[in-house]
Every structure is written in structure tokens, then in C-alpha cells.
Design a protein around this ligand. Structure first.
Ligand SMILES: NC(=O)C1=CN([C@@H]2O[C@H](COP(=O)(O)OP(=O)(O)OC[C@H]3O[C@@H](n4cnc5c(N)ncnc54)[C@H](O)[C@@H]3O)[C@@H](O)[C@H]2O)C=CC1
Ligand SMILES: N[C@@H](CCC(=O)N[C@@H](CSC=O)C(=O)NCC(=O)O)C(=O)O
Ligand SMILES: [Zn+2]
Ligand SMILES: [Zn+2]
Length: 379
């Protein structure tokens, strides 16, 4: 049955309130307006940022909403003026847009895009500042411009990457967030060079992707730091050469790393979202040149601090969103790299469940053994 131009009623997981179990609902998804694309989502993974917003700690968090931003699907229909994708195209929705026209996109200095960011932060579409989702006539907010915990979603055309139709969507959905973030933090943001020493704080999916990126960049030592010692075995497969558990030491972890590395590492990456660890990650860097990259997302009200002397003496503090990748241009390139077996994806997927099991999937995420859980959206 043709669905183009019609409201689609489908299943979605709705977050009505912070921390209350998501509810699988029949949701109405309106047709795409000008510059919008409606996507049949086939697979979505869960990222810790979904849990962060669901927890109520995200200052941009709005309820009720449909979370989810690491997914893949097929274009169902497009709105007026959409030229770069058409029904049937295989796509990855990208929470970080790329319009190629705004001040940010044209700067050549950042992957951030300004075109739709205020609308996505307000949980609506740019065209009419309204949501395309409703339940029994009541609007449900969008999330990160993607809302992939739904069988169908509507996104801005600048937030859609068209990918190789041969690519397995149950795998490449991970290229919507965590894996590119870690790889890009190393390749684009830090620009790690051969022989460099690297410390990675937090060995979840993002930290392991940092390790993979650092290995491919030719880093000589890749030191994983995690409070869960079980992470070391898996981390070795991603390139981690040494492991440190802060709980095994009486001295601050930055001092442990400085002592281990003759004055500090060349690069460090914070992949947790803990502001105390962000400080340690900066302070374990080598005087004169060490660079620390913040990746983790910290709760509303949290702030970073250090002695300015740390920066005066040459350490550099940076941050990265989506690993600095230009989404529409470079996600297809990452898909091709996966197809050529040049980057891992399968190894990050520890669980596969159905949309109806989404609350169980969030429970798993909080247990140490889960990296990424991929949900199948349709039977
Ligand atoms: N900047 C960006 O573009 C993105 C940021 N993120 C953020 O990156 C962070 C990491 O994401 P995931 O890898 O999915 O998380 P995760 O929860 O799977 O991994 C975090 C790891 O940190 C470890 N850990 C926790 N506290 C620690 C401590 N005090 N010291 C050392 N290790 C500790 C945990 O044992 C776990 O292995 C999250 O904050 C997420 O929101 C995720 C994607 C994109
Ligand atoms: N709304 C949050 C913002 C959290 C944040 O920093 N998000 C990251 C992506 S996290 C992905 O899993 C990001 O890329 N931010 C850039 C952006 O434009 O949002 C808050 O206010 O804390
Ligand atoms: Zn994410
Ligand atoms: Zn732009």
C-alpha cells in the first residue's frame, strides 16, 4: 500500500518522563514537508547519550520524546525540494547535519552545522517549528533531529547520508554515532601521529573506537584506563597495549600515567563524561605539547577545571562532536571503509534485540558486558 503523502501509524518507543520505562506506542508520523525526508528505520543501536537525555540530566532534554540517533534505514518518501535522496535509498540519519551552505559548513574549520541545530535542540522540525510525531493528537518531541526509536521517522534532508545499498544496515547503523566519534577524535581532532603515546579514559564503544583509530594511526603505546578490569581483554582486540585500573593505585591517576610514560602522554581522550576524569586526562599529558580531547558528555551543571598553569605550560584542551566528521560527506566513506574491512563494526555489537525489548536493552547498557545493542525495528 502506498504511504507517500499519508500519515503513517507505526510502533515507537516513547519516553514520557525522565527515567520512567519507555512505552511502545502506536505513533502517528506525518508526511515530510519541504526539505524533509521520511525514513523507514530498520535497525537502531542505543548510545549512552540516549540514556543521558532519558535520565533528565540533559539541559536540552524534552519530554515526551522519541529518543535514538544511531540507526540505518530506507527512504520512504521525501518532501518538496529534496534532491539528494529518493524513496528506496539506503541511508543513515545523522544527528550532526551538514548543509554545505552555512557559516560553519563553509568555514573549513569544523564539522558543526548551524542550519537546523536550533530546531533539533527544541525537538521540532525547522519548517514550521512543529513535531511530525503525535500520539492520539498530542505532539511528541523529536530528539537530536533523528528519533530513531521509531519504525518511521522524519528528518531534515541535511541530516541524511546516502550509503552503499549493499552495506548491511544491521551493522552500519553504528556509523550514526559511537564508532565515527572515536575514530574521528583520533584522526580529525587530535591528528595522532605514528609513534605517539595515547591514554584512553573509558573503554566503552567510544573509547574502543579511539583505540582502533590510534592503532591505525601508528601510536606506539595505547594505554586504556577503566575502573572495570574486565574491559582489558576486549580492549586488546581494538589495539590497547597496556591497561590501568585507577582503583589499583593510591596516587592520582594522572600521576600514575605521568610516571608510566616519562612525563606524560602525547594524547589523551576522555570517553566517559566525568568532569574529574576530564581533569585527570588533561593533567596526564606531557608538558609542552600534550593534547587532551574531551568526548564524554557531562550532565547539566557540571564544569571542568584545572590550574591554568597546565595550559600555560603547553598542554592543549580540545573537544570533539561526531569525531569532527562531516556527516553527509564522510559517513558514506566510513561505510565503504567497513565494506573493505578497513574498520571494525561487528566487534562492537554484543547484543541484538527487538524494539519491544528496548527497556531491557537499556538495562544491558548499564551492565559492563554490553558495548552496543542493536534493535530490529520490524518483524
Ligand atoms: N562527543 C560526541 O560526539 C559523543 C559523545 N559520546 C559520549 O561518550 C561517552 C562514552 O560513551 P560510551 O563509550 O558509549 O560509554 P560506555 O558507558 O559504554 O563507556 C564508558 C566506560 O567508562 C568506564 N568508566 C566509568 N567511570 C570511569 C572512571 N571514573 N574512570 C575510568 N573509567 C570509567 C566504564 O567502565 C565504561 O567502560 C558518553 O558520555 C557519551 O555520551 C558518545 C557519542 C558521541
Ligand atoms: N544536549 C546536550 C548535548 C550533548 C552533546 O554534547 N552531544 C554531542 C553528541 S553526543 C552523541 O552521542 C554533540 O555532538 N554535540 C554537538 C551538538 O551540536 O549537539 C547538552 O546540552 O548537554
Ligand atoms: Zn551517540
Ligand atoms: Zn551547515
Amino acid at each position: 500500500m502506498a504511504t507517500q503523502g499519508q500519515v503513517i501509524t507505526c510502533k515507537a518507543a516513547v519516553a514520557y518522563e525522565p527515567n520512567k520505562p519507555l512505552v511502545i506506542e502506536d505513533v502517528q508520523v506525518a508526511p515530510p514537508q519541504a526539505g524533509e525526508v521520511r525514513i523507514k528505520i530498520l535497525f537502531t543501536a542505543l548510545c549512552h547519550t540516549d540514556a543521558y537525555t532519558w535520565s533528565g540530566k540533559d539541559p536540552e532534554g524534552l519530554f515526551p520524546c522519541i529518543l535514538g540517533h544511531e540507526a540505518a534505514g530506507i527512504v520512504e518518501s521525501v518532501g518538496e525540494g529534496v534532491t539528494e535522496v529518493q524513496p528506496g535509498d539506503h541511508v543513515i540519519p545523522c544527528y550532526q547535519a551538514e548543509c554545505r551552505e552555512c557559516k560553519f559548513c563553509k568555514s573549513g574549520k569544523t564539522n558543526l552545522c548551524g542550519k537546523v541545530r536550533t530546531a533539533t535542540g527544541a525537538g521540532v522540525m525547522m519548517n514550521d517549528r512543529k513535531s511530525r510525531f503525535s500520539v492520539n493528537g498530542k505532539p511528541i518531541y523529536h530528539f537530536m533531529g533523528t528519533s530513531t526509536f521509531s519504525q518511521y521517522t522524519v528528518v531534515h534532508d541535511v541530516s541524511v547520508a546516502k550509503v552503499d545499498p549493499q552495506a548491511p544496515l544491521d551493522k552500519v547503523c553504528l556509523l550514526g554515532c559511537g564508532v565515527p566519534t572515536g575514530l574521528g577524535a583520533v584522526w580529525n581532532t587530535a591528528k595522532v601521529e605514528p609513534g605517539a603515546t595515547v591514554a584512553i579514559f573509558g573503554l566503552g564503544t567510544v573509547g574502543l573506537a579511539v583505540a582502533e583509530g590510534a592503532k591505525s594511526a601508528g601510536a606506539s603505546r595505547i594505554i586504556g584506563v577503566d575502573i572495570d578490569s574486565k574491559k582489558y581483554d576486549i580492549a586488546k582486540n581494538f589495539g590497547v597495549t597496556e591497561f590501568v585500573n585507577p582503583k589499583d593505585y593510591d596516587k592520582p591517576i594522572q600521576q600514575v600515567l605521568v610516571d608510566l610514560t616519562d612525563g606524560g602522554v602525547d594524547y589523551s581522550f576522555e570517553c566517559i563524561g566525568n568532569v574529574s576524569v576530564m581533569r585527570a586526562a588533561l593533567e596526564c599529558c606531557h608538558k609542552g605539547w600534550g593534547t587532551s580531547v574531551i568526548i564524554g558528555v557531562a550532565a547539566s551543571g557540571q564544569e571542568i577545571s584545572t590550574r591554568p598553569f597546565q595550559l600555560v605550560t603547553g598542554r592543549v584542551w580540545k573537544g570533539t562532536a561526531f569525531g569532527g566528521f562531516k556527516s553527509r560527506s564522510q559517513v558514506p566513506w566510513l561505510v565503504d571503509k567497513y565494506m573493505k574491512k578497513e574498520i571494525k563494526i561487528d566487534e562492537y555489537i554484543t547484543h541484538n534485540l527487538a524494539l519491544g525489548d528496548i527497556n531491557k536493552a537499556f538495562d544491558l547498557m548499564h551492565e559492563g558486558g554490553c558495548l552496543r545493542c542493536v534493535l530490529k525495528l520490524h518483524e
